[in-house]
Write a protein that binds this ligand. Structure first.
Ligand code: SF4
Ligand code: SF4
Length: 418
């Protein structure tokens, strides 16, 4: 079946009921049918069937989709929106006009994606960020200076980028899938993930052959590039799996993508996906049978649940259960469950939409005077930090990965007992 026929067939399952509309973040921002899931499905269908001419007015709403998949989760007809969207974007990028989608990425977005996907450049980026740190006016609130500041802050942590083995008392071994952004932006999360996994009794291996999961490519309709990254990951990691308990991924969006490798027509993709677990689910399972306890935290903690955890992994409850292991903690949910607008590098491509989507969450933080925000997705965490920086609250409000919060409380407990 051709791409056009597949899109048409999938889109025909939409009964146009509109029940997804109130759940679509871009519909809340633009209030137009074309900026809704139903509108986008109709546009992709018309494009596939050749009944609509491709023009700028059609491209913009298709490109505005955050791929948050809130619509998919709410759809009573179980329309496979993400597949329509991925195939539709692929179709767009086949034509010269559609290639405008790729070229429409901002310069900063293109540079950021190149940098993230080129681990060999990370040490250089860190050196430059550290060199520029004394003159970097990150408080001036530009994206560039803010990211440079974040890279510099992470560069000073003593975590090796190279292939590493961390030995514990060996209940088993796991491969830690760190994704592209942790080296530059979440070194502490890497350190804390290793510490917690070791405390649960696992040896931890980080592979330097690991590639990007491909999610970032899929968003721009580059499904062939995503397939090639998936193939490399599957081919290099699967032969090792007999000796490993699991592939544990620290970033929710990577975890969702790795688990969906199961749908790809690549040898052993099913085995790879079966062995993959998001770190939230993995720790939730392990901590049930491990005698670890955590120091109390008498504080309100506001949780931002990333779209990938809610709509793809469908494991948001596990995050709350995990945090409740900390005695005394008061876990609150940030007031809106719409996407925060980070959506990978979307925040660099459409900063205004992205900022608007974040604003009610920032308002919630300010009104309730939350000082600790938990997010299990690196790109969301970065977006929150940037949003807090813009309102002068970067140093007052801490944004932390749940694994880091648990590790901190574990260290607190051990210190208390030592
Ligand atoms: S995608 Fe689903 S919920 Fe949305 S209009 Fe179509 S059938 Fe209804
Ligand atoms: S994926 Fe998200 S932004 Fe895109 S149409 Fe669905 S709900 Fe709207």
């Amino acid at each position: 079946m051709s791409i056009q026929q597949t899109i048409s067939q999938l889109a025909n399952q939409c009964v146009l009921c509109g029940l997804c509309l109130p759940h679509c973040p871009t519909y809340q921002v633009f209030h137009t049918e074309n900026e809704s899931p139903r509108g986008r499905i109709s546009l992709f269908k018309a494009l596939a069937e050749g009944s609509l001419k491709l023009d700028e007015a059609m491209l913009a709403p298709l490109d505005h989709c955050l791929t948050c998949r809130a619509c998919e989760k709410m759809c009573p007809s179980q329309v496979n929106y993400s597949r329509i969207n991925h195939l539709g974007r692929k179709l767009l990028t086949c034509g010269s006009k559609g290639r405008q989608i790729a070229s429409r990425q901002s310069f900063l977005q293109k540079i950021s994606e190149k940098l993230l996907l080129s681990p060999l450049l990370h040490p250089l980026a860190k050196k430059i960020a550290l060199m520029l740190a004394p003159i970097n006016r990150w408080k001036k609130k530009t994206f560039f200076s803010f990211y440079l500041h974040e890279i510099a802050s992470n560069a000073s942590l003593p975590f090796s980028l190279r292939e590493s083995n961390f030995i514990s008392n060996a209940k088993g071994s796991v491969i830690l899938f760190k994704g592209c952004s942790a080296d530059l932006f979440e070194q502490q999360t890497l350190i804390d993930s290793v510490e917690l996994l070791k405390a649960c009794g696992f040896n931890v291996k980080i592979l330097n052959t690991q590639q990007c999961c491909g999610a970032i490519k899929l968003r721009h309709g580059k499904s062939d590039e995503m397939l090639s990254l998936a193939k490399k990951n599957i081919q290099t990691i699967t032969p090792l799996l007999a000796d490993y308990h699991a592939i544990v991924s620290i970033n929710n969006s990577c975890s969702g993508q790795l688990i969906e490798y199961a749908d790809l027509d690549i040898t052993h993709s099913g085995i790879f996906a079966d062995k993959t677990s998001d770190i939230i689910a993995f720790l939730h399972q392990q901590l049930k049978t491990t005698q670890l306890s955590f120091a109390p935290l008498q504080q309100e903690v506001a949780v931002h649940t990333p779209c990938s955890l809610i709509n793809v992994l469908k494991e948001e409850q596990l995050l709350y259960d995990l945090l409740e292991l900390i005695p005394g903690i008061k876990v609150k949910q940030l007031n809106s469950q719409f996407c925060c607008g980070a959506a990978g590098s979307y925040m660099l491509q459409y900063p205004q939409v992205s900022k608007q989507l974040l604003s009610d969450k920032i308002d919630d933080i300010m009104q309730n005077k939350y000082q600790l925000i938990v997010s299990s997705n690196i790109s969301c965490a970065l977006h929150f930090k940037q949003g807090l920086n813009q309102v002068g609250q970067k140093n007052e409000v801490e944004v932390i990965h749940p694994v880091s919060l648990l590790a901190r409380q574990l260290r607190g407990k051990n210190k208390g007992e030592g």
